[in-house]
Design a protein around this ligand. Structure first.
Ligand SMILES: Cc1cc2nc3c(=O)[nH]c(=O)nc-3n(C[C@H](O)[C@H](O)[C@H](O)COP(=O)(O)OP(=O)(O)OC[C@H]3O[C@@H](n4cnc5c(N)ncnc54)[C@H](O)[C@@H]3O)c2cc1C
Ligand code: SF4
Length: 503
């Protein structure tokens, strides 16, 4: 594959392009390809390196350092610390995610019609973009032979309680179920934008600069003029060269955490204080159950099964693979108790709930290069989580679990009966009591027709800066309730195609 790495640049870069795309993830990767495939002059700038499958480490903590912003240690701060991870590499977070793909549910589009005025967006209107991006990244239901026993136990437990469940749709080709997705796929089976849209964009003439974080979006009057930044050494991160690129159109696709910071660093207008606000997320939490017999944890697709039956009640249930390093952090107790629990690693199943939370937060400039991220769960979200955890415990016992390790402070460390699980509902929970994660930050540059509550309009163009568009997960005015990658890709495809007629 041909791309320009930092080592290819031996001097400062001054150039121009018709379109500059910032960020090569779910949004930016798709936009760059759509424009380049139409024969347009595109530069794609990515802060992180472009890795091959053989570059990935199978050591969990090494991968965190290699692939993620802030070494994978980012957290949203509020009533508790909720870890949130974003990748820093070509393909963005699509390079490391679990490949779970959902179309955007109908009711979410409807919520955006009022008060955001986004009546153009309907399931019918977006369907061709979902179809195109689905075909391009090979989205299909997980093959049953790749599932682990912990997926099948999930299926049988939910079925016994009368709920449906099914194999998750994933964007993979030739997946062997090794379970390493979140550390980068060593088999090049994971069809993130790093293996699909970005190589195709480059083949169509897009100039890709990896290791090239944009620092400022440049504006003349009320119109975008270009971008500037620094080319960094891929290994040490040290600055090597400066770049300045003039462009007719700039597309910001650095993700929900980066975009507000780039905006503020560039001194772009924000008279209503909307930029960076309204951060939404899907906080998730998993429960570990222990079963007789091997469950295949850690040796099958990390997330192969889901139950959407309670989606309208803002809960999505999914299976979760868990490498031993993560199990080691999650197990309660110490000494002999801890050792006993860990000795059952191969009998564990981890099932999680992802909540369409009412909580909101904001992203602002932080110390150094890390953003300041604040997020507050709503009390309703906590109640919902407690209910969901009680349900997962019930599912586990229905599926034949010996015991359940809830990992919630204030309730017994090990639950051996369903009655004991009632403590999840009666205990007055605090966000600090639960080990949550929120890897779907959305909404910090939201879309709408009213500049006092949104940053970009229905064409994803900034209300206050002409020819500056935002096309990634940060534009969604509410959270989605489903894993967001496919929606981000489809909206990027839809809005990038509009650019072709507009410019
Ligand atoms: C571990 C994990 C598992 C996940 N699993 C799933 C899943 O299975 N299914 C799903 O739907 N979602 C999943 N997600 C979430 C999903 O991957 C993201 O929501 C999605 O990739 C976001 O797309 P984006 O384009 O907004 O941002 P990203 O994909 O994160 O892309 C942003 C890109 O911009 C780059 N960038 C940032 N700042 C700059 C700058 N200044 N200059 C140049 N480039 C910059 C970043 O390095 C990055 O490459 C997961 C997330 C994580 C962390
Ligand atoms: S399970 Fe393994 S082979 Fe399949 S996509 Fe994930 S890392 Fe690649």
């Amino acid at each position: 594959m041909r791309h320009t790495l930092d080592r290819d640049l031996t001097a400062d870069l001054k150039t121009s392009a018709e379109f500059v795309v910032i960020g090569s993830g779910a949004g930016g990767g798709v936009v760059a390809q759509v424009l380049a495939a139409a024969g347009r002059d595109v530069i794609l700038l990515e802060a992180g390196p472009w890795y091959e499958g053989s570059d990935y480490s199978n050591d969990f903590w090494d991968s965190m350092k290699q692939l993620y912003w802030d070494k994978g240690l980012r957290a949203m701060r509020g009533r508790s610390m909720i870890p949130t991870m974003q990748a820093r590499c070509v393909g963005g977070t699509t390079t490391v995610n679990s490949s779970i793909c959902f179309r955007l549910p109908d009711y979410v589009y409807r919520e955006w019609h009022d008060p955001f005025g986004l009546t153009e967006y309907t399931a019918e209107q977006l369907e061709p973009s979902f179809d195109r991006t689905g075909a391009f990244t090979n989205i299909h239901p997980t093959d049953r032979e790749l599932l682990g026993r912990f997926d099948l136990l999930f299926e049988s437990g939910f079925a016994k309680l009368g709920y449906g469940s099914k194999p998750i749709q994933r964007n993979v080709r030739g997946c062997n179920g090794c379970g390493l997705c979140n550390q980068g796929c060593p088999f090049d089976a994971h069809m993130g934008t790093d293996r699909t849209y970005v190589p195709s964009a480059v083949e169509h003439g897009c100039r890709l600069y990896a290791n090239s974080p944009v620092e400022r979006v440049l504006v003349r009057g009320d119109q975008v003029h270009g971008v500037s930044g620094t080319v960094r050494d891929a290994t040490s991160g040290k600055p090597k060269h400066r770049f300045a690129i003039t462009a007719k159109v700039v597309i910001l696709a650095g993700g929900s955490m980066a975009n507000p910071v780039i905006w503020k660093n560039s001194g772009l207008p924000d008279p209503h204080g909307v930029v960076g606000r309204h951060l939404t997320n899907h906080p998730g939490i998993g429960i570990t159950s222990v079963f007789p017999g091997c469950t295949d944890i850690g040796i099958s697709v990390p997330q192969g099964f889901e139950s959407s039956d309670l989606r309208s009640e803002r809960m999505m249930f999914e299976t979760l693979g868990m490498p031993p390093e993560v199990a080691a952090v999650r197990m309660p107790g110490w000494g002999g108790t801890y050792k006993d629990l860990m000795s059952r690693y191969h009998n564990m199943a981890m099932w999680g709930v992802m909540v369409r939370a009412r909580g909101e937060g904001y992203v602002a400039k932080g110390l150094g290069s890390s953003p300041k991220i604040v997020y507050h769960l709503h009390d309703d979200d906590l109640r919902l989580m407690a209910r969901a955890l009680r349900l997962i415990t019930e599912v586990a016992f229905e599926a034949g679990a010996e015991y359940v390790i809830p990992g919630v402070r204030g309730v017994p460390k090990v639950l051996r009966t369903l009655k004991e699980a009632d403590a999840l509902l009666s205990h007055p929970l605090h966000p600090r009591d639960m080990m949550m994660i929120g890897n779907h930050p959305l909404g910090t540059m939201r879309m709408g027709d009213d500049p006092s509550i949104s940053v970009v309009d229905a064409n994803a163009e900034a209300h206050l800066v002409k020819n500056l568009h935002v096309m990634d997960g940060s534009i969604f005015p509410t959270n989605l309730g489903v894993n967001p990658m496919w929606s981000i890709m489809a909206f990027a495809d839809y809005n990038a195609n509009k650019l072709l007629t507009r410019y």
